[in-house]
Design a protein around this ligand. Sequence first.
Ligand SMILES: Cc1cc2nc3c(=O)[nH]c(=O)nc-3n(C[C@H](O)[C@H](O)[C@H](O)COP(=O)(O)O)c2cc1C
Length: 197
Amino acid sequence: MLAETKLDTLSAIYQRRAVRGYTAEKIEKATIEQLLDAAVHAPTAVHREPWAFVVIQNKERLRQYSDRAKSLLLAQQEATSFFRAAEPQALAVLSDPNFNIFYDAGTLVVIGCKARGPFVEADCWLAAENLMLAATARGLGTCCIGFAVAVLNTPDVKRELGIPEAGAAVAPIIVGVPKGPIPAGTRKAPVVLSWVS
Ligand SMILES: Cc1cc2nc3c(=O)[nH]c(=O)nc-3n(C[C@H](O)[C@H](O)[C@H](O)COP(=O)(O)O)c2cc1C
């Protein structure tokens, strides 16, 4: 059952975590619509509101995109050398036939745009954070899926999802009911390069 926790803003910021295990509970359309509404209240450069959304709630389709994403990433020299240097275990999971880049979540929200522009990616990622905080406040889990960006921007997948040729998928976010409690996250202290006064 969806918990309407309604956290204050700071609690949502500190409690949001990348969730990688979900129950089978389906997220209702009305809930997704509330999350999209929170997303579009993000700041937007020159008030362009360039974002446009794709919602996928079909596990079979997500599994297909996951399999294609893994093959695509493994074939990309740039992606594989990035993971080899930064996170070798990420490269290993891409070769695992059982690994689903969407962690079997039942909902993927893709935040994208109908046309590219100078601040469009920034706007989309700000919308993504709003969506993730709103989900946290409602007791839902989310995770950005960078692994999905390449496959979602292939011409045939864009066509399938109604993303115009001039547009792009920018921020794929899975949403679901977390399987268990999520421990608090940690971060390094902020690095302040200068503080001029
Ligand atoms: C742009 C971006 C792409 C990401 N891509 C993935 C991904 O493909 N798979 C994944 O499991 N986590 C992904 N993450 C989640 C990060 O791994 C996670 O945010 C980070 O480890 C910090 O953990 P926390 O969000 O729980 O604080 C991504 C995060 C960002 C911001």
